[in-house]
Ligand binder design. Structure first.
Ligand SMILES: *Cc1c(COP(=O)(O)O)cnc(C)c1O
Length: 342
């Protein structure tokens, strides 16, 4: 596989902005290079454009070399970077599963890149052959979300493996919910697949959605292009320091995951006993896709009760479905009681 051949010619040739802190690394007596105000430290200084200290910590936790990590403003930023690096607007296309996370399509539209949706089967299973059949010479990227949003299930490992083997382009595996799944991450396979990009985030299991910090993991070759295209100071100092401090509490994240998985089981049991609930789809994430008697009416009723769920009624294969996030036991009891009154 020749990854660089798939990169847009203008990005391959791009000479990136060289910031002051890129040209000089290390200790100095006086920083007079970046036109910063010398007062109001440490906020007066431009932050590390490569976020080295934070990446070293993430590298230890994820057991991945820091050189294989890119940090972004949520997962949104690496999703957009995938298009900007690999997809020529108006020429190239990408293939994704349906239903799946909406940002892949929105970012495609923003970048004027055709998004080809391939429906999952009725159990939300993915078949590599169907995705490969949708591709042509201009297909640069395949999007796989596992566990998938909104269905909640993991995509079959062998099917993802087949895509990585056979597709002559990048395969992105979005693992936003991997902490909740009893399956290994694709991070362990980075060495074996030069066309693999894994996305993870601090927004879900780590409880840091407001902080906007997402991770992309890929080969150094791929990340070199991402680093050329991203805004130089895309992660500010406050975020770098705050996320770094949060990473010292891995045990707290693990405890939340354990609590949420137990609560998910309780919620599934309670929901399945309700007359208005027709089906619960199996989930490997912190939410449950639920088919109810009348999704639109149920959604509106719950809103009136002060309970917000995600109405997926108009999404392919999700007709009649609400997506319910696992909350605290108190929040979930409000939902169960409200549905019980229907
Ligand atoms: C929630 C979610 C994310 C996280 O996005 P951020 O921009 O990191 O908050 C990414 N992918 C999927 C599929 C999600 O559901």
């Amino acid at each position: 596989m020749n990854i660089s051949a798939w990169v847009r010619p203008n990005i391959r040739a791009l000479k990136p902005y060289s910031c002051a802190r890129d040209e000089f690394e290390g200790e100095a007596k006086a920083f007079l290079d970046a036109n910063e105000n010398p007062y109001n430290g440490p906020y007066n200084r431009y932050p590390d454009p490569r976020q080295r200290a934070l990446k070293e910590k993430i590298a230890r936790i994820k057991q991945v070399p820091a050189a294989n990590i890119l940090l972004g403003n949520g997962s949104d930023e690496p999703i957009d970077l995938v298009y900007r690096v690999f997809c020529e607007p108006g020429v190239d296309n990408v293939v994704g599963i349906a239903p799946s996370y909406g940002m892949y399509q929105v970012a495609a539209d923003v970048n004027h890149v055709e998004y080809r949706s391939v429906p999952l089967d009725k159990d939300f299973g993915m078949h590599a052959d169907a995705l490969l059949a949708a591709a042509d010479a201009h297909t640069k990227v395949m999007w796989v979300c596992s566990p998938n949003n909104p269905s909640g299930n993991l995509m079959d490992r062998d099917e993802i493996g087949k895509l990585l083997q056979e597709f002559q382009g990048m395969v992105v595996v979005d693992e936003a919910y991997i902490d909740f799944a009893a399956a290994p991450s694709w991070l362990n396979e980075l060495d074996r697949h030069p066309n693999l990009i894994v996305l993870q985030t601090f927004s879900k299991a780590w409880g840091l959605a407001s902080v906007r910090c997402g991770m992309a993991f890929a080969s150094e070759e791929v990340l070199e292009y991402f680093n050329k295209v991203k805004y130089p100071y895309n992660i500010n100092l406050l975020t770098q320091n705050f996320v770094s401090e949060q990473l010292d509490h891995l045990d707290r994240k693990d405890a939340w995951v354990k609590t949420l998985l137990a609560e998910r089981a309780r919620l599934e049991e309670k929901l399945s006993a309700l007359p208005c609930v027709e089906k619960l789809f199996p989930t490997d994430a912190n939410f449950i896709l639920t088919r109810v008697h009348d999704a639109n009416a149920t959604y509106r009723y719950l809103v009136q009760q002060g309970i917000v769920t995600r109405n997926r009624n108009s999404v392919l294969l999700c007709e009649g479905c609400l997506r319910i996030t696992v909350g605290t036991p108190e929040e979930d009891d409000l939902l169960i009681e409200a549905l019980g009154r229907l």
